[in-house]
Design a protein around this ligand. Sequence first.
Ligand SMILES: Cc1ncc(COP(=O)(O)O)c(C=O)c1O
Length: 389
Amino acid sequence: MSERSEQGGGVRTDDAAGAVAEASNARGKAVPGPRLRAALADIPTYKPGRPAAGGATSYKLSSNENPYPPLPGVLEAATAAAAAMNRYPDLGCSGLIAELSERFGVPAAHLATGTGSVGIAQQLVQATAGPGDEVVYAWRSFEAYPIVTRISGARAVQVPLTDTEEHDLDAMADAVTERTRLVFVCNPNNPTGVAIPGEALERFLDRVPRDVLVVLDEAYREFVRDERVVDGLDHYRDRPNVCVLRTFSKAYGLAGLRVGFAVAHEPVADALRKTAVPFGVSQLAQEAAVASLRSEDALLERVSALVAERSRVVGQLRAQGWTVQESQANFVWLRLGERTGEFAAAAEQAGVVVRPFPGEGVRVSVAETEANDLFLGVAAGFRKQLASS
Ligand SMILES: Cc1ncc(COP(=O)(O)O)c(C=O)c1O
């Protein structure tokens, strides 16, 4: 039973689900703070990739960012938009939606924008799942999935990747119950880089009940070269329960501006419009995204250069003796188990900051040739050490 009490003018509800936060007053004295939802207690805080320490040879390979500066025309468009920053942005992102609709051949009503695709992922969970519901996804995968799931009060159902770092789609389909409201499919998967062939994904989608939303998170779609991996938009067209997530943060190089979009049938796109933070996508981001879409040739060139570097890095790692899965994203994954921290420290010493997942492995963004070479040097040295220990 809830017991309600008036304190300092605010109504507080005492129930098993809430927890009084510790706070301190203006004089530094500990006082009880507001009651927060118990669901927040064990939610890990999102960890960003560590920044580079600075200095001439220090590279941040920890956040899968794009090493290139903005595409041609983008800085100019963003700067022009900045001059009107006293105004709220276009709430409906109409210019960007029109551009996306044209570019991807989908109705404007099937598009929704958000503060990065992670913002949209959170909205999708909010729109579908609450306490008592379940959200299924592979693990390890994008670290925001457990966070956005638990914020909604839903239960996270994590299905281990296979030994070859692939989504175990049969196990994921088996994990869907009458309580499942949403399934995340990260394709290609962060942090392993492995992508799911279209046929396997179709078979999986056939097994998921039509009232369960399947979110195809394609943050790295532009880097996919394996022809067996089908564009999520082809899966979405005939399936009202499929939503495709894309971002301007990776290939398009706008990570700092926070803009992503979803393609989904109207009920889901409508739900995204309802759950959006009003004016969340700044006018700078909207204009920069439009200009980026109009710079397709330069985009493709840069993506091709990164893909070529990816092949070189994977080839050299294998030549050094590492087992590396084929990455379809702008990063590579090294399984290191207990030696993960040691590897990350060695990399940092050499001037590259990688992303360690303690006890599992490191994810390393593919970036400038010099940065990739520094990483390859660390990997070679580590390999020799492993051989001699
Ligand atoms: C799989 C995946 N989805 C979504 C995102 C979020 O990207 P953003 O919010 O910048 O669009 C990331 C970022 O690392 C990611 O790896």
